[in-house]
Structure formats: structure tokens, C-alpha cells
Ligand binder design. Structure first.
Ligand SMILES: [Fe+2]
Length: 589
């Protein structure tokens, strides 16, 4: 029996995935969760101390294990070529006295960064081998699994494999767009007869992801911390400024559909001109007009890539992968702007998803008859990560009467009541979501009806910028009543427009431009969460909850019951639910 360990090994969002002989994803999780270190930059995804337990849990004794990682060997050559041509000279910007110092790193820091990346990639896999060696010593010379090979797959192919084989489609075109793969930042693939073929690969350093990152920095945020999200949230507050648009357009050119950055002197001049227009009193709120212009430019460039995908591989079904697939605002509009009729964006389109992609590519290489996971496992569930033990709550109950085991129906009723009365509830159920968004298993929930719910949540728990919207989870059957041109959105992957007549019923989840980044919830996909929303609807008449990730600013989503209890204790959460247990601030009635 051959199992596959997929490792996502990029600078940010390292992750691991265990895949069974038939392609079933047994486990998938980003390293940031168990490390509790946001995005876990340059950390290997499979430390030996963790792998022993994971292999025991998911891989039967006597199995073979293939280790597959998601970064090919061409990157070093690519960098050398770019440096020789002068095209890698953007770091000249580092002289600028701004956050750009950190994003367009100077040459020396760049070398360190790349050396770090390569060192991490070399370490990845060793933890698993170490864990198996330890087993050999601990179990009389018979390890749980033997290594049947270590393989590497290219970055964009891994993105495409995860997104295409995890989609509901048997045929589809995948557009991969991110900061950078080994040799470029965009590629197009096609799924046909269960196999994946490359249609087009863009080469060179011009990158929609990097351009969006530059806008992030210029607008007052930090792309190194992954604050590109904030541009998307802030854009609806800004106006389109023709001068800023002209300046941003000078940063790049399009040659035969290929994005090329301007020379570094031009980039530096433009960045200085943009910064000269930046208001001095931004504080932490960022620069809305630049965010709006950056989002508009992003949409233009993505439209061009989608048009190319349509021209080269037309069809019904579009799949978007790579970090740029997290731009839900664009995702919500893309079908109206292209010939494709259906869209799938997976729960982890950024680099963490490549752990599953690499594992599936290794399986497909071994088994030419394998054409993707079984139909009933598609689209791929996002609930693939660790579970949370309730033991800490059981221990707590010995001395704390507010920690109680009420059973599934009991906690559902209790949580719905607290929510309908305006309380904030941390909700932890089942396996953690794979990908950056909380989809009802590691969520903080609130009533979306009060206009002040958003401010209260920010003041008591999330401590984040006022402009950032909170997302709605909605029972799928109610979706068309609440959204225009409703489309199923299981992973919060797209932003849709609220119907005008309902906006004042749920003001806490309606963004400044009348949109919401919705999660469509069904009983099949998440029975416990669907039951909670239904119970809340019984009390409130609204089949919608405000859903935000169960973390505090700057930290990843929680990993253990202790994390949940700590957040409960140190924030204004009114209750935390872990499986059948509830802990409340108010004493039991
Ligand atoms: Fe990527």
C-alpha cells in the first residue's frame, strides 16, 4: 500500500498533506496552525517531532510512503538569468524611506532570503525520515512506513493539480496566478480525461501578485505580513483617481499578453511620485484611493489572463489557483466578464494548497489509471485538518461551573440563543479548515443584524481596522433571496452583491459597496454549522451569521482548546463552544 506525503515548501504558507492509495486526502494542514506562527515563513512543514504521531494516525503499518514536494529545481537558474539580464534589479527601490525597504529587499537580503528558502526546501522531508527512523528504534526495527522515493513537482503545476482534481469538474481550464513560481508568475493548464496538461507558461519576473504586493506597501500596509487582504477590503472606500491610475500603469507594460515590469529607475520614480501623493494622516487605515486603483489594475490584468485562458483552452469551467485566487472581489465578477460559465476556486488557492497538489501528482505518476479523487469526494472538502481535544474543558469543569457538556443539540441551542441576544461566540467543531478562511469549524460568530455588531466585534475581540468587512455564512437554500445572481460559494471564494431590499436587515455583513464575501452552508458539507444557523434563523428570522476566523490580529487561527480558552479569557467573547462543550462568561441559569 503506497501513501503520499505532500509538502508545500515555499517561503510562506508551508503545509503538509497525507493522501491515501486511492487519492483520498487523509489530512492537510498549514504549518502555521500547529506552530501558531502566522504564515510560518521558511519553516519546514514536517518537523520530526510532529510526523511520528501523524503517520501513526493516518498511515497503516507496513505502508510505503512517497514524499512529494512542490518546488522544482529551475529557480536558481532562473534567478541567475534574471540577474544577468538586469531584470532582477528592482531592489534599487530599497533606498526609498518607506515600508518598501522591506518588500523590495536589497540584494544582500534577497540572497539571504533565497538561501533560507533553499535551506528549508532541503530540510523538508527530513522530519518524516527522522520520525520513521525513530520508529525503527522504538518498534523493534519495523518502521510504520518505508520511504519509496522523494520527488519534486513544479510550483504552478502543483497549484493546478490541487485546484483541478479537487474541483467538481471532469474537464476544466485552470489559471494559476501568484507572486512567483520557479520561472514566472502565471500559467494555464487544462484538465481532460482526468489528466492535466500545461497550455501556457508565462516566464519572467513580471507578476500580478508582486504588483498587488507593491500597491499593498505603497498604500501603507505590509505585503510581507500578507496584508494584501486589506487592499481588497479598503478598495470600496476609495475613488478611482486618474493620476494614480496613470502612475500605476507606468509600472508595467503588456507585451503579447505578457506582463513586464518597467526598468527599476522607472519603478523607483513612479513609487516616489505615488508616495508623494499619499496623505500624511493615514494612520493604520491605509490609503483608500490607491487601494481602489490597485484593485482596478489587478482586475484589468486578471481579465487579460482569463481572456488568454479562454482563447487557448475554451470551455464551460474555469478554475483559479495561486495566491491571486484569494481575491474574492475579482472572483465574484469574473464569470460576467468571460466566456466561462462556472467557477471553482479551492479553499487553499495559495501555496498551502500545493501540499495536496504535489501528493496527487506523485500518485498520478504512479498510477496512470488514476483520474482524480472519487466523485463523492469532489469538490474537495475544506475540513481536512486537526481536531481539537475537549479534555481541557472536561478538566476545567471540575472547578469551573461555567464549563459544561451539553451535547450537540444543547450547545447548538445555547449558542444560537447567545447569538440572537447579541453575544459573541467562538465556535470550534470537527476538523480544521484547510486554507486561510474559517468556514464554521474555527469561527467567531455574531448576529449580523445590529449595525454596531462590527464595531463591537472589533472592540472586544478582533482589534482590526474598521474598514475591513466581516463575512456572512448563509444557508445555501436562502442564498437567492439575499444575493443578486447568487452562486454557490462554499469556501468564501467569491464576493456577491446583496439584494438592495435586504441590506438594512444585516448591516454588519454588508460592505461599503453593497457586497458580501459569502459562505454557502449546506447540511451535507457541514451539518453542525448548518444546524446552528438554522437554530439562529428560528430565533431571528435571518438564516445568516457573521463569521470571522477564530484568532486575534497577527495570530493564526487557533489549534487547541487551550488556545480557544485563552482567547475567551482575554477578549470580550461571551461563550466558546468546543464540540459538545460550552464555556460561558455568564453563570449557568
Ligand atoms: Fe504560489
Amino acid at each position: 500500500m503506497r501513501y503520499y506525503l505532500g509538502l508545500a515548501t515555499t517561503f510562506h504558507d508551508p503545509a503538509l498533506a497525507l493522501v491515501g492509495p486511492d487519492g483520498a486526502v487523509l489530512f492537510a494542514e498549514a504549518a502555521e496552525r500547529f506552530l501558531q506562527y502566522k504564515r510560518a515563513p521558511n519553516c519546514e512543514p514536517d518537523p520530526g517531532t510532529r510526523m511520528g504521531g501523524l503517520l501513526q494516525e493516518h498511515v497503516p503499518a507496513g505502508a510505503e510512503l512517497v514524499i512529494a514536494s512542490s518546488w522544482g529545481g529551475q529557480f536558481a537558474d532562473f534567478l541567475k538569468g534574471q540577474a544577468a539580464s538586469g531584470a532582477f534589479d528592482l531592489p534599487a527601490l530599497a533606498a526609498h524611506p518607506s515600508t518598501l525597504n522591506r518588500s523590495f529587499v536589497p540584494e544582500r537580503a534577497e540572497r539571504i532570503f533565497i538561501a533560507d528558502l533553499h535551506a528549508m526546501q532541503a530540510r523538508a522531508g527530513n522530519g518524516t525520515i527522522l520520525a520513521l527512523d525513530n520508529e525503527t528504534r522504538g518498534f523493534g526495527g519495523r518502521p510504520r512506513a518505508t520511504i519509496a522515493g522523494q520527488r519534486r513537482y513544479t510550483h504552478h503545476l502543483a497549484h493546478a493539480a490541487y485546484a483541478l482534481w479537487g474541483s467538481p469538474f471532469s474537464e476544466a481550464t485552470a489559471l494559476v496566478v501568484d507572486g512567483m513560481g520557479e520561472t514566472g508568475s502565471a500559467a494555464i493548464f487544462r484538465l481532460r480525461d482526468g489528466r492535466i496538461e500545461e497550455v501556457r507558461r508565462h516566464r519572467g519576473r513580471g507578476s500580478v501578485g508582486f504588483l498587488y504586493g507593491l500597491v499593498t506597501d505603497l498604500a501603507g500596509f505590509d505585503q510581507i505580513k500578507g496584508e494584501e487582504w486589506k487592499i481588497m477590503g479598503l478598495a470600496p472606500y476609495g475613488r478611482s483617481d486618474p493620476v494614480l491610475m496613470d502612475l500605476l500603469r507606468r509600472l508595467y507594460s503588456l507585451e503579447d499578453g505578457r506582463l513586464r515590469f518597467a526598468d527599476s529607475a522607472t519603478v523607483q520614480t513612479v513609487a516616489a511620485a505615488v508616495l508623494a501623493r499619499r496623505p500624511t494622516d493615514l494612520g493604520e487605515q491605509g490609503w483608500a484611493d490607491l487601494a481602489r486603483c490597485g484593485q482596478d489594475i489587478f482586475s484589468e490584468l486578471m481579465d487579460g489572463l482569463v481572456a488568454e485562458a479562454w482563447a487557448l483552452a475554451p470551455g464551460e469551467n474555469l478554475v483559479i489557483a495561486g495566491g491571486c485566487g484569494l481575491n474574492s472581489s475579482y472572483n465574484g465578477r469574473v464569470l460576467a466578464r468571460s466566456g466561462f460559465r462556472r467557477l471553482h476556486v479551492p479553499s487553499a488557492p495559495a501555496d498551502d494548497g500545493n501540499a495536496i497538489g504535489a501528493a496527487w501528482l506523485a500518485l498520478a505518476e504512479d498510477r496512470p489509471d488514476w483520474t482524480g479523487p472519487k466523485a463523492e469526494a469532489r469538490p474537495l472538502t475544506p475540513y481536512l485538518g486537526s481536531i481539537v481535544s475537549t479534555e481541557p474543558l472536561a478538566r476545567m469543569a471540575a472547578w469551573e461551573p461555567r464549563a459544561r457538556c451539553l451535547g450537540y443539540e444543547g450547545v447548538t441551542r445555547a449558542a444560537a440563543t447567545i447569538l440572537a441576544e447579541g453575544g459573541l461566540v467562538g465556535w470550534v467543531q470537527g476538523r480544521a479548515e484547510f486554507g486561510p478562511r474559517a468556514l464554521g469549524n474555527r469561527s467567531i460568530l455574531a448576529d449580523p443584524r445590529p449595525a454596531h455588531a462590527k464595531d463591537a466585534l472589533n472592540a472586544k475581540v478582533k482589534y482590526r481596522e474598521a474598514f475591513r468587512p466581516f463575512a456572512p455564512s448563509i444557508l445555501a437554500e436562502a442564498g437567492p433571496d439575499w444575493f443578486e445572481d447568487y452562486a454557490d460559494s462554499p469556501y468564501m471564494e467569491r464576493t456577491l452583491v446583496w439584494r438592495a431590499a435586504v441590506r438594512d436587515r444585516v448591516p454588519a455583513v454588508v460592505h461599503a459597496d453593497g457586497t458580501g464575501r459569502l459562505q454557502s452552508v449546506t447540511r451535507e458539507r457541514n451539518p453542525r454549522y448548518a444546524a446552528l444557523i438554522a437554530a439562529f434563523a428560528d430565533l431571528s428570522g435571518v438564516p445568516i451569521l457573521l463569521n470571522t476566523s477564530f484568532n486575534v490580529m497577527g495570530k493564526p487561527i487557533l489549534h487547541t482548546a487551550e488556545d480557544a480558552i485563552l482567547m475567551f479569557t482575554t477578549t470580550g467573547l461571551d461563550a466558546v463552544v468546543v464540540e459538545d462543550w460550552i464555556l460561558t462568561k455568564a453563570p449557568p441559569a
